[in-house]
Write a protein that binds this ligand. Sequence first.
Ligand code: ADP
Length: 551
Amino acid sequence: MTKRIFRSICLVALTVFLASVILIMGVLYEYFSNALQAQLKMQTLLAAQGVTNEGIAYFQDLQVKNYRISWIDTEGNVIFDSASDTAEMENHLEREEVREALSAGYGESSRYSATLMERSFYSAQKLEDGTILRLSISQNSILTLLFSMAQPICIIFVISLILSVVLATQVSRKIVKPFNEIDLDHPLSNEGYDELAPFLRRIDSQQKQLRRQKAELLQKENELCTIIGSMNEGMILLNQKGKIISINSAAGKLLDADTDCIGSDLLSICRNLELQEILARALHGEPGENMIRLHGESYQIDADPVTSENIVKGAVIFFFNVTEKEKAEQIRREFTANVSHELKTPLHSISGYAELLKNDMVKEHDKIPFAGKIYDETGRMIRLVEDIITLSHLDEGAGDMQRETIDLYTLAERALQSLKPQADSACVALELSGIPAVLNGIPQLLYSIVYNLCDNAIKYNHENGNVMVNIQHKNGTVVLSVEDTGIGIAYEHQERIFERFYRVDKSHSKAVGGTGLGLSIVKHAAKIHNARVEVKSHVGKGTMVIVTFPK
Ligand code: ADP
């Protein structure tokens, strides 16, 4: 900018200088030419007076220095000329000043020499006898003047040039200084040119807008980072070359990668073929999903292309841990198969006995035992169906069941009372000890916990065995223990007895009317109450199941 202003000032100064020289010279030249013409006219009038009075004698001894004097007769012939031989001179009638003088009495003109270096002024006066007296004088033309003044003009030009350079430097610096001193961080605090005020106000408002937008962007970025970072699902964002742009901590852990992997190729971190395949598809604009196993767990990977204006700019990959889902699905499948199997067996025997009865193929004295078997199998099926209904209810979270404040001791009393007939027929003694323990829970579920545990303790007991139920307060918890002196459970089965339809001895379980679902119901019901279930058992000695309820 300084250079531009400097150049402009210099150019203006030099243009003004040249224009001034030309104008001044032109005006002066014209002024002096007019003065010379006026002087020539005066001289002509005086000489005309002299010639009128003295005739040709006037020219004798006439001393003319700068002038040229000519006397022309009425025919245009030169009678006298102070500069040339009259005999050789051509007719002057056609000369402008002569024609003018002949017609108007006085005439004047000026003419340039062939080289334009000289200009001649002519002044002609008609005398009383009709002859013409003409005076002429020569003057240097303006070009000659210019050439002759070339040296001083050049000196003045150089001085002007130096002056304009110095002044232009200073002026341009002074003009530019306020621009250089503008504090763009605080646009409104600047004092400079008034013309800059709108510009600075605009900068200020744009800066405020930018700061606002930056803060908003930062906030959104933080929100996004927090959301992505706290996601349980792994997420990786890649550019169109398959290089990682962003990776959340879940995906980092999964692929054993840290934040240093940003910018590196995903395939250099994970060489899984399925992942490579769906990533390649996503980068070609095709969404895809696949299952992979990482760290012994199953993951569903979803890869989607990220497009902008129909051009694939990258891809995003999500990792969903579906191990639990797969397990649940497998349990459900097994459960369905087990249920069908468990129902098929009693139905077959019911159908078999009923067919024999229908075809009257049973002896009279066998009819009652047959009916008894049908009754027993139906009873087993009813228990099975009831347990299945209870379990599926628990699977759904038992949300419709009301929680109440209830005494576990009273519940245990009721359960033991209803189990008394079974205990008596199995010759097992029931015993309840401990203190009242009030809990906030679902009464039906708490009852089924106590009932199932006591039922098992009776079913898997020896003749003349014992069942001891105890309810205690311990370290702020309520502890229910059901102990028996029964057959016990081998260590390797203790974990699995809570699985659906798992029985240590299937025939024994069936013989005592077990469904294989009792402990599964206990486990689920305890879970709904945030209670912990433990088993302590020794084969041949007995089993103790402890359920600890938080306060
Ligand atoms: P079931 O209806 O067969 O009793 P459970 O789910 O209640 O089904 O129990 C699963 C299995 O655990 C039983 O079949 C049995 O083998 C074993 N079991 C449960 N409780 C006891 C116990 N108190 N003593 C010995 N074995 C037991």
